[in-house]
Write a protein that binds this ligand. Structure first.
Ligand code: NAG
Ligand code: NAG
Length: 229
């Protein structure tokens, strides 16, 4: 048998470092299939994911939650009409270690060069009932954060009275309810139970057993994962 070339081994090791986790096997099948896309179309060069938008009817509570508890800073409230407000929030982008703080004005000035912002949209006369991701499966799944110490983050949320939907120390046990709703498992408890249970049984494959799950005041699922060191 020919030995693999050192270059090939280096390429494998590099690929393994770039994608963590690369792949874990279950019953001999490949669960993680790492993408092999080449460069994107030149026309998309520089495209970046700038924000997600959440529609709310509780703008003040949502700002307090994402600001005081999750630590995002207010870029601006845009009172576009007397009834319609667009609010932008985001993490100060100077680094995850608390240095390099940028003020709301600096963040707002850089708005279209930042990643991972949150937009809140409120039509303050809306009669529409909003359906939260934790209430019923819809096209929105969750907001995802990474934090330096997930156990400390959980303590912080508990101290602020945030309802913990799933502790970092406890795997997901329910296959119906808030988190499964937001994960697309749907609300009809009697149907497809075996298929739902299979996902719960397989949760370790994607590290779901070690995620922390909370909900914002509107009931949107917020999923928190541990940063890589
Ligand atoms: C904190 O992060 C910033 C930005 O990434 C970096 O320049 C700085 O050296 C870091 N400071 C410490 C104390 O790690
Ligand atoms: C929404 O409208 C109510 C009633 O006019 C008002 O009291 C409240 O301050 C408004 N909230 C926001 C966030 O604009």
């Amino acid at each position: 048998m020919r030995l693999p070339s050192p270059l090939y081994l280096l390429a494998l090791a590099t690929a393994a470092m770039a994608c963590n986790p690369v792949r874990r096997d279950i019953d001999g099948s490949e669960t993680f299939i790492i993408g092999t896309d080449g460069p994107a179309p030149a026309a998309t060069l520089g495209f970046a994911f700038n924000h997600i938008g959440l529609v709310t009817t509780h703008l003040d509570e949502m700002k307090a939650f994402y600001g005081d508890i999750l630590g995002m800073r207010l870029l601006f409230d845009a009172h576009i009409t007397p009834e319609y407000t667009v609010t932008y929030m985001g993490y100060a982008q100077g680094g995850r270690n608390g240095t390099g703080f940028q003020s709301g004005a600096e963040l707002a000035a850089a708005k279209n060069n930042l990643w991972g912002l949150l937009e809140l949209q409120q039509f303050n006369v809306s009669d529409d009932r909003l359906v939260a991701s934790t209430e019923r499966t819809n096209t929105f799944g969750h907001v995802g954060l990474v934090v330096p110490d997930i156990a400390e983050a959980e303590e912080w949320f508990r101290s602020r009275g945030v309802k913990i939907l799933k502790s970092v120390t406890e795997p997901l046990e329910e296959y119906t309810g808030a988190v499964p709703n937001a994960f697309g498992l749907g609300e009809f408890a009697g149907l497809h139970l075996a298929a739902k249970k299979a996902l719960i049984d397989a949760q370790g494959l994607i590290g779901l057993d070690r995620f922390l799950m909370i909900a914002d005041p509107d009931g949107n699922l917020v999923e928190i994962q541990q940063q890589d060191t």
